[in-house]
Ligand binder design. Sequence first.
Ligand code: NAI
Ligand code: A1CAB
Length: 270
Amino acid sequence: MAMTTIAVLGAGKIGEALLSGLLSAGRRPEDLLFTERYAQRAAELTERYGVRAVDTATAATDADVLVVAVKPQDIEVLLDTLATAVTPGTLVVSLAAGLPTALYERRLPAGTPVVRVMPNTPMLVGEAMSAISAGTHAGPEHLAVVEDLLSAVGKVVRVPERQQDAVTALSGSGPAYFFFLVEAMIDAGILLGLPRDVATQLIIQSAVGAAVMLRDSGEHPVALREAVTSPGGTTIAAVRELENHRVRAALLSAIEAAALRSAELGRAHD
Ligand SMILES: NC(=O)C1=CN([C@@H]2O[C@H](COP(=O)(O)OP(=O)(O)OC[C@H]3O[C@@H](n4cnc5c(N)ncnc54)[C@H](O)[C@@H]3O)[C@@H](O)[C@H]2O)C=CC1
Ligand SMILES: O=C(O)[C@@H]1CCC=N1
């Protein structure tokens, strides 16, 4: 499938991250379109990125790929317009948490290829983790188009659609858990009397260093943690407190709750 024009429908946080990431990866502004219900936000984005804002019907007519980036709660209104505006053969890519490809297939013209994606916000810096799943009418050629699109802004894996709620809970929401942890660790620095800017610098560089080691060393996370944990030392004193406060159990419960919420968002449109 030759891909020329991509339209992002809903240019909020993740829609902007995609536009920005695609431009950074070398895509031309004239090959991108977006829709945004708030006119002021649309004007700001056009000013920032040089990409044209259009209405949904125009996007559906002019684009080869429609990327849905509205909140799950806003999907019905959008589908009402898309149902009559989408032209046969247009590839629809959904980034919305929880929404199954079957929902789109029920509402869009028969045979419309739909690919469900769960990306995350590090897309803004070219480090997204995206998982993609084909709907009933999406073939390998459609998955290849989406893979090509998203590999410009990060890494891509293919998963069966039944795993997307788990993916959403892990990598879709995942950056928020790391930000939460970093925020708490900076506060610990404040508790110990460090200036906030020093604590922030110490923790952010430690997070970056740890992330690069996780990605590049080939070592298991346990081995990396053990290498920091000296016998009778400081780290094991901290690890005991983490275990006492059941941080591992809290993470298991938290991520399970996110997956359950993803499934619930999908069921709201049954
Ligand atoms: N923020 C995140 O980390 C991630 C979000 N997602 C998914 O991406 C989608 C968007 O999330 P965010 O960007 O965080 O939300 P957001 O609220 O920042 O962005 C949604 C945008 O869509 C616009 N919008 C809503 N209905 C519209 C319509 N009919 N036509 C044109 N524009 C419309 C809104 O004005 C808003 O700017 C959600 O479905 C979410 O589940 C997926 C992965 C990560
Ligand atoms: O919190 C949410 O619902 C979205 C989906 C994954 C990350 N943010």
